[in-house]
Design a protein around this ligand. Sequence first.
Ligand code: ADP
Length: 403
Amino acid sequence: MSNNCNSGCNCNDEKNNDKSTKDEFIATPHELSNIKKVIGVVSGKGGVGKSLVTSLLAVNTKKKGYNSAILDADITGPSIPKAFGIKDKVTGNEFGLFPNKSKSGIQIMSTNLLLDNDTDPVVWRGPILANTVKQFWSDVIWHDVDFMFIDMPPGTGDVPLTVFQSISIDGIIIVTSPQELVSMIVSKAVKMAEMMKIPIIGLIENMSYFKCPDCDKIHNIFGDGQVEKTSEKYNIEFLGKIPIDPKISNLCDQGTIESYENNFLNKAVEKIEQINRLKKEDLSMIKIAVASENENVTEHFGHCKNFNIFEIENNQITKTSSIDNPGHKPGFLPKFLNEKGVNIIISGGMGKSAIDIFNQNSIKVITGAVGNAKSIVEEYLKGSLKSTNSVCHEHKHHDDCEG
Ligand code: ADP
């Protein structure tokens, strides 16, 4: 986090020179804090598992060796300390407050850790709530944090908006459950993120299905596929599904969520690790590469003539360029395009091994496209381009498509 102003007004902060709505209100973190990346976790309403996802992201990044922290901004329903079994109140000295630490060392700050009795209801009004969150940012000394996850107040109303305005957030993760009006919630979250100029990292579906413990059969209790379809419609990366698991609620109740072994959020954690390597400007920009023969999409990825590159900001093409195909060697092109910062690749056909490598690098692959490269990208931005998921393994160009 870069904040150079000592007066707290951010007047000489480089970021503040661009007069975005957001930066005018941003609070300065405590001068003794060191926080690298801040990720807001949002949901349309309470009870969908936002706090659970926040907790598991902190736990899973901690397990990978990062210093993680949770700022519990869900002031009226603070469930984080309970899930981690933290009862001790917050301490401090003349310089500021210290967050509590979980068993594995995750730094945590929540209103529950300030109240005398953690069952006391918090009935403060919006501005006071937002101010409290601001203080969690400004008055708490966060020690050497790689990833801070903010459990945002639910919804897209005033309180989450003020929190967004107060804290320098690098990206948001949206949590939905399949029984919600997913499309409406996602569209609201997208608008909020656009207003605040915060990139959306991806979408996570909680309470996605139930796996029968006796026969392993999967039951899609609230229906199937809506959340994934919505993420496609809004060009938001789908980062994973968490099933309904009675063990989760038991562990949260017992304060031992850190012991929950899972791989549901592996993709989300990988994505977060990538963010760590990127600058904020890179995050809000999408780069699409279209494997082409001059202006048109090619049928055979590996042997395309050139890649038409489209840079996208706020769902609009802002820059177009073309790079020649540097040559066809198995496994080379996915690495080459990844290094060029490409997030999405569009082609007519592609071999399975190339698709796998792209997926491992969190690059989205769209196959089956035909026609003019720019028109195809415009179709994609409108949400009307669908991948046929066609893999080249049967026709004579199989090797050419491997990339
Ligand atoms: P939110 O933060 O969106 O209000 P929480 O994460 O606090 O929601 O979850 C609400 C309740 O549902 C908690 O008691 C939690 O333990 C439980 N819960 C959340 N996700 C799951 C799940 N996938 N399986 C079982 N219980 C869950």
